[in-house]
Design a protein around this ligand. Structure first.
Ligand code: UD1
Length: 372
């Protein structure tokens, strides 16, 4: 059985690493990695390969930055050549980035089955590029691996054949648990001069929050206010940095006493910062899950979440109208020890990749050997 695993952007690496590792346990599986190059710098890509012990990709498509159409179409043209050469039995994609959709589309048109890991999540907000990527990828996938019950419900509502859906758990948590001893050993707060458990960790990069001056100004006001209470540690995504510069707000951010702006962090470093945060403020998808697992309070500055279990059972709060006063009021309650106590969702147990590989082996190897 030959599988091509697709990685492209930062959130893919920690999802594919445990799956590739699980495939590699079997001699009858050839597991190859295709990197589209959607993310290309050391800080957004290279460091994840080394920290997550992933081999050099078998193919690097070198696509880089561009508009959605340029990125998606560019990946499709290059990935088609790989498909012709490799003739895989399966293409495995994860998450909701442009690379996910582009490769799924190429595969399905060449009649290659597609497995989608982290299927069925829906924010209900079609203005998010990721939502379009999720819907389209699920609709062409043959095997849909879900992380939470809401995703099951969504797929059933969309009339997806139930035999295609598998509740496998969360591969992102597989990586977190696998590397937890190393994450715990680090002491990043000390190395950047903030006291553990007494700072707010912030990430912000969604187009709706950072692509316009108005959104960035709102974030600026929130940070100014929070930094009066606690240090704010902010690893800045390249997209956010570009837009701060375009909006002429970079200096204003830099001038906030108590705000520490950092380069994008490595996987282990970022999770060490998460582990020791008093509060995480984010608009990321994956960080909502990682904070729920680590039981760290998280405030998500978005109107919707495609990961409702993190709000319903976990430690996540959704701030639908990110108003400075609401954010600060809730933050104060959390600092005073009144954060909700979450529980860890079902099957977020470090074994999701093994479950995924065993479903796929059953379909592609065992049933073939038995002549079914
Ligand atoms: C992408 C994903 C988003 C994911 C995020 C994680 C889509 C539609 N979006 O958004 O779902 O949460 O990755 O990071 O796929 N850049 C660099 N260095 C890099 C990568 C990007 O400087 O290594 C710059 C690019 O030049 C570009 C900007 O960052 O101008 C945005 O990159 P892009 O991949 O288009 O989207 P993200 O905002 O990162």
């Amino acid at each position: 059985m030959k599988v091509l695993n697709i990685v492209g952007a930062r959130p893919n690496f920690m999802k594919i690493a445990p799956i590739h590792r699980a495939f590699m346990k079997y001699r009858d599986i050839s597991s190859k990695i295709v990197h589209t190059g959607q993310h290309y710098d050391t800080r957004m890509s290279g460091i994840f390969f080394s920290q997550l012990e992933m081999p050099e990709p078998d193919y690097f498509l070198g696509i880089g930055a561009g508009s959605h159409a340029q990125q998606t179409a560019g990946i499709m043209l290059e990935f088609e050549k790989v498909i012709y050469k490799e003739k895989p039995d399966l293409v495995l994609v994860a998450g909701d980035v442009n690379s996910t959709l582009a490769c799924a589309l190429v595969a399905v048109k060449e009649h290659i089955p597609v497995a989608h890991v982290e299927a069925g999540l829906r924010s209900g907000d079609r203005r998010m590029p990721e939502e379009i990527n999720r819907i389209m990828t699920d609709s062409v996938s043959d095997h849909l691996f879900v992380t939470e019950n809401a995703a099951l419900v969504n797929l059933k509502k969309e009339n997806v054949d139930e035999s295609k859906i598998h509740f496998s758990g969360n591969v992102m948590i597989d990586s977190l648990l696998y590397y937890f001893p190393e994450i715990r050993k680090l002491n990043i707060p000390e190395s950047i001069g903030v006291a553990p458990n007494a700072y707010v960790l912030m990430t912000m990069h969604r187009p709706a929050n950072v692509d316009g001056t108005e959104g960035l100004k709102q974030i600026l006001e929130i940070v100014k206010e929070l930094a009066l209470h606690k240090n704010v540690v902010f690893p800045v995504h390249p997209r956010t940095m570009q837009h701060m510069e375009i909006a002429g707000l970079k200096k204003e951010f830099e001038n906030i006493a108590g705000l520490k702006m950092l380069q994008p962090q490595g996987y282990l470093e970022f999770l060490n910062l998460t582990l020791h945060a008093a509060l995480v403020l984010t608009d990321s998808g994956g960080i909502q899950e990682e904070t729920t697992f680590l039981q760290i309070p998280c405030m998500t500055l978005r109107e919707t979440t495609e990961r409702p279990v993190t709000v319903e059972s976990g430690t996540n709060y959704l701030l639908s109208r990110p108003d400075r006063k609401d954010v600060v009021k809730l933050a104060e309650a959390i600092f005073a020890g009144n954060a909700k106590k979450g529980i860890i969702p079902a099957l977020w147990d470090g074994k999701a990749a093994e479950r995924i590989v065993s479903v796929l082996r059953e379909k592609y190897i065992n049933s073939y050997v038995c002549g079914n």
